[in-house]
Every structure is written in C-alpha cells, then in structure tokens.
Design a binder for this molecule. Structure first.
Ligand code: ATP
Ligand code: MG
Ligand code: MG
Ligand code: MG
Length: 464
C-alpha cells in the first residue's frame, strides 16, 4: 500500500479546484498587459495541469512533482548522450567570483544580464550565467600534461540571467537549467574533431526526442571564439529567425545578417555621416552570407543548444595551459557546448501538445501508464478494481516508477481519462470497460509522434 503512486496524492495545487486558475496565470505572467502577452501554450499547459508553479520571482518557476520527474528524465537522457562522447559529469558552484569575469572583460560586456551578489566582506560574486571562466580556473594547473588530454567536463545546473524580457515560462527564464560542457584539447585540429563529435551527439539527442530541429551557423556573440553552431526547434513562438539559402543550402541565424549590416552601416555612417541600422535593414534585401544569393527562406525557431569553438579566448587570459611533449607551456584549445534543458522541455511541450492536452516526447513523459479502476459502487466494482490492482502490481515490476494508479474512485472514468490525457500520460488502462468482457481492461494509446520508442513500450505492456 505504502509504495503505491496514487493520482490523489500528487501535489498539483492548481488542478485541485476545477475553475481555470486565472490568478495563477496572472502571477506567472506578472499581471501587466505586456506580460500577459508573454504567456505561451506550454506555459499555460504546464501551469494549468500543476506541472510547474509560478513563484514570487518573475522568470523563475517551482518544479512540482510531475514537472521535476520530466526534467529528471530529460537530464538523464542528456547524461546518456554525454556519456556517448566520453564526457565526465562534474558540478561547479553556482557562485563565481566577479574577479574572474573582470579578467576576461565579460564583467563589463555582459553587465545588464548579470545577477550580482556581494558578501559580508564586500567581495563580489555572480549567480553564474555560464561557466567558461570558472572551468578555466578549475582546469588551470601548471603541471597538466598533454597525456591527460582531451578533457570533456560537463554539468547540469541552474543558470541565472537577468533577461530584459523573461517570457514564455521555461522558454526564457531568469533562472533556468542548462547542461554546459567544456572541452579542452591540445591543438585546434583536435578541438575541431571534438566540435563535430559533440554536434553529432546533439543531433542524436534531438532525434531521440522526435522533434523537428535544424542546425544553423550562429554568431559567436559575447561568448566569442572561432565559430559557433546553434540547434533550433522549429516553432512559431521562437524568438530567432533561421534562414535557409536554396542556392547553396547554407543555414544560418538571421542575427549574422544583421551583424554584417551593422558593420557595413558603421563604415558607411563614418564615411558619409548618415544612415542608421534600421533604415538600412528596410532598404536592403537579405543575402546569403555564404554565396550572396537572395534566395532565402526564413523559419521561426527556439534555440535549444549552442556549440562554440572557442580557441584560446578564455584559456590565455586565465592561464589555463598544458605541458606539451617538448616540455613547453601551451594554452588549451577550448570548446563550450550549452544546452537549455528546461527550455528544451518547454519547447517539446510547445510543439507537440494540443491546446488543452500535453504531449511529451515519450522518453520524458513523467508517467507512461495510468491505471483507472471503475468508479466506486458502479457495476464493474469491485471485480474491476481487483483487476486494476493486479495490472498495476504487474506493470510496476516492468516500469517501476512510470505507472500511476488513479485512485480517485469518486470521479467518473471519463473525467479521469481526460485528466490522464491532459497530463500527457500516453497509455491509459481503463478497467472493467472492455467491449468483449465487462471485467476486462481496455488500453488506450494516445496519439503520439514517437514511432519506435512507443513500440518498445507498448510491446512491454502487451507482454503482460
Ligand atoms: P538566447 O539567444 O535565446 O537568449 P543565448 O544565445 O543567450 O540564448 P547561450 O548563451 O547560447 O544562450 O546559452 C546556451 C543555451 O542555454 C541556449 O541555447 C538556450 O537553450 C539556453 N538558454 C539561454 N538563455 C536562456 C533562458 N533565459 N532561459 C532558458 N534557457 C536559456
Ligand atoms: Mg541570451
Ligand atoms: Mg541566441
Ligand atoms: Mg546562444
């Protein structure tokens, strides 16, 4: 009895009372009209179904039991993919000394987005938005030998950015979960090899979630380095525009175009003393950054991952070196690979769900099966209930943490099925409802886009 996972005991504050949780939505969006517009389908679904909860801080959310379970599944999936590329998991402190960021010049450069903390001794720290500086400080070791390379270290931790416009819930938070991998190689050639290996693993990860995604050339921005590639999930809610050139097949972030125009504009403005960026952007027809053709098509996208080939941008100023065969000190060739875990979860919900029912990628569905016994006192009870308990016990042996028993026996079966569907539980077993046998069980599989994975699981269930 004690080990049962019961629907009634799940902490889902919002769904306990049926009326739409208007107050909760207002709290999530900050309440003002501008912020009301920052509600997305995923944010609404996640709040209305008690998956996440708004907090006292705009852009930060409570993860409730179901939400945390999905996030942990996604983190585990990310771990498995990192393992494929021989990466080792670590955990760095959330706080990074501001002095490290001063050394690389980013304390000034990233100023508006930094969340700063001052301790009782007036020392300044950052609630880290990313960890390039911190990892260089960690890896820095005057006796690190070429024999110890490459190093591939990653973590999955909360990051903090004081976003100008936090919105769409987990899609753009001020606190969010990121997987950040940092790699260190002996030379640029090896670092390039690492870069393509990790990008390959990102492709596998996004494929395993059954998402429509694209890889695009990105700008190196304030992080810097030789080159960068972004991974985008296609969605109208996305804040990025990705351009595809039908002449040469180049795919790139429209940011790159604007950066190019801005540079051009600066030159022109200095030459003629006139011209603004915005006037140029309306005047000029966007051209492919690779072949110059104007045959570009654009898609709205959500950036979920970003890889950078950094070179020695951080390792040089922070003195992260290794000793080569000739006993010389050489700066490490670095790469960094960010993946927005919480953003990826929300983006998956955003693109897969209907307007009132969540659909998860099957691999991160918090529960796979819900077992629904008959309504108390109905003609199917108590035999149908006994069957439900038997099925539950048997399924728990195969899927220990993925089966939930819907013990709300005062509710009709229809309402409980609807609730399972809203939560995105893909398999619902209704007991005492089979057409052929009033005491049999009917299993429904809710419309998923998950091909082979769904077969694997349905196979397990049908074996029972
Ligand atoms: P964006 O362009 O959306 O602001 P970014 O380019 O600033 O993102 P990166 O510095 O490349 O982000 O960070 C790596 C990853 O972290 C991003 O690809 C994204 O998935 C995730 N991420 C960044 N900012 C946020 C945020 N505010 N909320 C949730 N995830 C985020
Ligand atoms: Mg950003
Ligand atoms: Mg970006
Ligand atoms: Mg980025």
């Amino acid at each position: 009895q004690r080990c049962k996972i019961h629907m009634s005991s799940l902490y889902r504050p919002v769904t306990v009372t049926p009326p739409p949780p208007k107050a909760a939505m207002e709290k999530a969006s900050g309440g003002t009209k501008d912020e009301q517009e920052s509600l997305s389908k995923s944010l609404k679904l996640l709040i209305v179904n008690g998956i996440i909860g708004p907090s006292s801080c705009i852009g930060a959310y409570h993860l409730l039991p179901i939400g945390l379970k999905a996030m942990e599944k996604l983190s585990q999936l990310v771990d498995n993919h990192m393992l494929m590329a021989n990466c080792q998991k670590i955990q760095m402190p959330i706080l990074t000394s501001a002095s490290l960021w001063k050394t690389t010049g980013r304390l000034e450069e990233c100023k508006p987005e930094l969340m700063r903390v001052i301790d009782r001794h007036s020392k300044e720290f950052l609630l880290s938005p990313t960890h390039e500086e911190a990892i260089c400080d960690l890896i820095k070791n005057p006796s690190l030998s070429y024999k110890q390379l490459p190093q591939r270290l990653y973590q999955i931790t909360e990051k903090f950015r004081d976003e100008k416009r936090p919105r769409f819930g987990l899609l753009r938070g001020r606190q969010f979960l990121m997987k950040d991998l940092y790699t260190f190689d002996a030379n640029l050639e090896a670092a390039e090899q690492t870069y393509s290996e990790i990008n390959e693993v990102y492709s596998k990860l996004l494929n395993s979630l059954g998402l429509k995604w694209i890889q695009a050339l990105g700008s190196t921005g304030t992080i810097g380095g030789h080159k960068s590639h972004e991974f985008h999930v296609l969605s109208e809610i996305g804040e990025d525009s990705i351009l595809h050139c039908s002449s040469c097949n180049e795919v790139f972030n429209a940011d790159l175009l604007q950066l190019g125009i801005q540079k051009e504009d600066k030159l022109k403005a200095t030459a003629s003393g006139s011209g603004t960026v915005s006037s140029l952007l309306s005047q000029s027809i966007p051209k492919c950054i690779n072949c110059g053709s104007a045959t570009l098509s654009s898609s709205k996208c959500v950036e979920v991952g970003h890889s950078f080939l950094l070179g020695t941008k951080y390792t040089k100023p922070l003195a992260a070196i290794y000793i080569n065969k000739e006993n010389k000190k050489i700066p490490l060739e670095m790469g960094c690979y960010g993946l927005g875990v919480s953003r990826l979860l929300a983006a998956s919900v955003e693109v897969k769900s209907s307007s009132d029912e969540i659909r998860w990628p099957l691999r991160i569905a918090p529960y796979l099966v819900s077992i629904i016994p008959p309504k108390q006192g109905s003609k199917e009870d108590p035999l149908g209930t006994q069957l439900a308990v038997q099925i539950y016990e048997a399924l728990k042996k195969i899927l220990p943490t993925d089966v939930i028993y819907d013990d709300r026996i005062n509710m009709t079966i229809g309402k409980r099925v609807k609730d399972s569907k809203k939560l995105g539980i893909p398999f619902v077993v209704v007991c005492g409802q089979s057409v052929h046998d009033p005491l049999g069980a009917l299993m429904e599989f809710h419309d998923f886009n998950a091909d082979s994975v769904s077969l694997e699981y349905s196979d397990k269930i049908s074996k029972y």
